[in-house]
Write a protein of this length. Structure first.
Lengths: 150, 414
């Protein structure tokens, strides 16, 4: 079983796919409802304190907004554990969504910089693309570059 | 217990910055609650087109969608608080445009704030207090005349001021440097009572404001304890006799600065700056000390000088002052240094605060620093408008308190 970072980290679909292929999804779970009633789209599952953005200084300098550093305090440790990553760009909010574009840029960079196996996909917009999307993820999760970490 | 006020929170980054509990604590202290407009994902998907601003961050799309929900009347709130991370350019654009959108499309009071993880409920309290006052006490804020015999005490970070007012006139004043908050308030109050020729027991009501407002409010059993944004707005338009229509009130204080858009005497958008001492009256105090002149003489000295003759490489109260000292050592004239110091403070207020409010004439400058003549002059040069300095401008908070508290006396008598 490999540890697979999924991004967006709150995507239940991606987490489920990774789990089905026998790997451990590294995720920040979140309930998705029809209406957004929480403070943000990716409201944290636990109470973040002002100490967390300081922990995030490990990943981003002090001139980086505190919201980015607070997110990195949660996502950074997941990234450190990851053997591989599946990243979906521009997803619909209902699929899973990180609230901050600057965090997205930083996380994607850090995954690439870590040089772990990484699958980058665009969010599908029609049925054919959706099938292809799932097929590519399945293929990646069963590939030798991912399985070698088991 | 005052009416509960619902404040719509339009924000990006408050949770991951760890300050959401601080925002809610500040709101709770003024008997308000933060509410989050429910929006559908479809609303969020459409909002860039509907609102007209394209942003990459989904939480900013949520922020704009919630703003539209308020403007469309789908969300019932009394006031709006817009907050995004400090140093995020995309968020700053969205915050500014959303604040303007709410201001133009609704009659709701709105403030905006850029935060860091160091933002505390204490920092937010004055802003929340002003916001809820605007929502809760519109009838009181509409008051244009002072009636009866009332007093106002303004316990500021640098000085404590007191005025006694009777039938719409200031009849006594007291002004002392703030040392021990209660002792200074006592002293200023006694001086004002003496100059008015009355006893404390004769007063109909007393209002307090400023940093020490709660402490001195308790001590004197004040009828009204009110933050500075509200009382300064009221005091400024009252003293400048500009109670109808638009106005902009600027107060460069010892520890923070206020820039307030006012309409018919009621504050609308406002900013409170309080991070950098280089943009405060304190910078001018230190400059005066280095030049060996009284702070009261610094302004007149500045009027004789030319700020352009001095090279200042920093706004910082340490390095900026060092630039001024260095220029003196190379033969610069003291009057040019005084002018440069005034210009430096005015420029920072212009760049960092006046961009956040609608500057509409008349511009009324108040507070002790308004009497440092070089400062309003520098602001006039930057804004290209006339800056009004009303009589008793240094007592602005105390006057506003005395004026507003007289409204409470009338209410209780009715």
């Amino acid at each position: 079983m490999s540890k697979i970072l999924i991004y967006p980290t709150n995507s239940l679909v991606l987490a489920d796919l990774v789990d089905r292929f026998g790997h451990e999804p590294l995720t920040i779970p979140q309930e998705i409802r029809k209406k957004v009633t929480s403070v943000g789209l990716d409201s944290p599952p636990l109470n973040i304190t002002p100490e967390d953005p300081k922990i995030g200084l490990k990943y981003a300098a002090v001139e980086v907004p505190s919201g980015v550093r607070g997110r990195m305090a949660l996502i950074g440790p997941l990234l450190e554990k990851a053997d591989a990553a599946v990243v979906v760009s521009d997803p619909e909010a209902t699929f899973g969504c990180m609230g901050c574009a600057r965090t997205n840029e930083l996380v994607n960079f850090l995954i690439r910089a870590k040089k772990i196996p990484m699958l980058e996909l665009s969010y599908p917009t029609n049925d054919d693309d959706a099938r292809d999307f799932v097929y590519k993820i399945a293929e990646f999760l069963q590939s030798s570059e991912v399985l070698k970490h088991e | 217990m005052s009416k509960n006020v619902k404040i719509a929170q339009l924000s990006c980054g408050t949770e991951y910055s760890g300050i959401q509990p601080e925002i809610e604590a500040a709101a709770k202290q003024v008997n308000a609650e933060m509410v989050f407009a429910d929006v559908d994902y479809d609303d969020i998907a459409r909002i860039e087109k509907d609102f007209g601003l394209e942003v990459a961050s989904p939480d900013l799309k949520l922020l704009m969608a919630r703003a539209k929900s308020i403007v469309d009347g789908k969300t019932d709130v009394d006031a709006v608080f817009v907050a995004t991370c400090f140093r995020c350019a995309e968020a700053a654009l969205a915050r500014s445009e959303v604040r303007r959108y709410i201001y133009e499309k609704t009659s709701l009071p709105v403030i905006s704030y850029s935060f860091t993880e160091r933002t505390t409920s204490g920092t937010l309290l004055t802003r929340m207090e002003a916001l809820t006052t605007m929502a809760r006490r519109k009838s009181l804020l509409a008051r244009e005349r002072q009636t009866g015999l009332t007093a106002g005490i303004d316990s500021g970070s640098t000085t404590t001021k007191c005025v006694i007012m009777k039938d719409n006139e200031v009849i006594g004043t007291g002004w002392v440097p703030t040392t021990k908050v209660l002792d200074s308030a006592d002293e200023a109050f006694n001086i004002a009572l003496e100059s008015a020729g009355i006893k404390q027991s004769e007063l109909d009501a007393l209002g307090t404001t400023g940093y020490g407002r709660f402490l001195i409010g308790d001590k004197f059993s004040a009828d009204l304890v009110q933050e500075e944004v509200t009382v300064n707005s009221k005091g400024a338009v009252f003293l400048a006799d500009k109670q109808k229509g638009d106005a902009t009130v600027i107060d460069i204080g010892g520890m923070d600065n206020k820039a307030i858009s006012v309409h018919d005497g009621i504050p609308g958008m406002f900013t409170l700056g309080g991070i950098c001492a280089g943009a405060s009256g304190r910078f001018l105090e230190i400059t005066a000390r280095r030049l060996g002149v009284e702070i009261t003489k610094l302004g007149d000295l500045a009027l004789k000088g030319n700020s352009k003759n001095i090279e200042m490489n920093s706004y910082c109260i340490v390095f900026g002052i060092q630039s001024l000292v260095n220029s003196l050592s190379t033969g610069a004239k003291p009057e040019d240094v005084a002018a440069a110091a005034c210009y430096s403070v005015a420029e920072q207020v212009f760049e960092q605060q006046l961009q956040e409010v609608e500057v509409k004439e008349p511009v009324i400058m108040v507070g002790g620093s308004s009497l440092i003549a070089g400062l309003p002059k520098a602001l006039e040069d930057l804004l290209h408008v006339e800056v009004h300095i009303p009589k008793y401008s240094q007592f602005i908070g105390a006057v506003g308190s005395a004026l507003l508290v007289s409204g409470l006396v009338d209410t209780s008598k009715k």
